[in-house]
Design a protein around this ligand. Structure first.
Ligand SMILES: [Zn+2]
Length: 145
């Protein structure tokens, strides 16, 4: 993802990205997905922020990346006390929503609700990616950055 986009998102949700400067954090690589998922990440941040506003547990991200064609946003907490089941289940529900939405959004161009969007291996690269057909056949680079 372009650094300008990442920085905009970090500025919008500063508390969710307080871990970015922790030494050896995978966040030093930024959001490891393509620009088409910008709104997915922003929407996800809104959901996680809402959760944090309710449960106040110091949630922040340790990794944001594309994995097997899905958007993965891994989190941890500044508060090390055990989280109650209700809060944890609410968090897992957000994780599921984020994954589900990403497999219906082209990672390159961000188009949604398009029948050609598919999560599968690209014959030319061996990577599982979620792309619309025009992007898939464009031969565009599969690099995240
Ligand atoms: Zn596309």
């Amino acid at each position: 993802m372009k650094i300008e986009i990442e920085e905009k998102i970090y500025a919008e949700f500063p508390n969710l990205f307080v871990g970015n400067d922790i030494p050896n954090s995978p966040m030093k690589f930024g959001c490891c997905c393509c620009d088409g998922w910008e709104e997915n990440i922003r929407d996800a941040c809104k959901m996680y922020q809402k959760w944090e506003d309710k449960y106040k547990h110091g949630l922040f991200f340790v990794q944001v990346k594309e994995k097997f064609g899905q958007l993965n946003m891994r989190w941890t907490f500044t508060n090390k006390e055990k989280l109650d089941d209700k809060a944890l289940k609410a968090l897992w529900k957000i994780d599921e929503e984020v994954l589900e939405k990403s497999i219906h959004t082209c990672e390159f161009c961000g188009i949604t609700e398009d029948d050609s969007i598919d999560t599968r291996t690209d014959h030319f690269a061996g990577w599982v990616r979620t792309l619309c057909e025009p992007c898939r056949s464009s031969g565009k680079t599969l690099k995240h950055k």
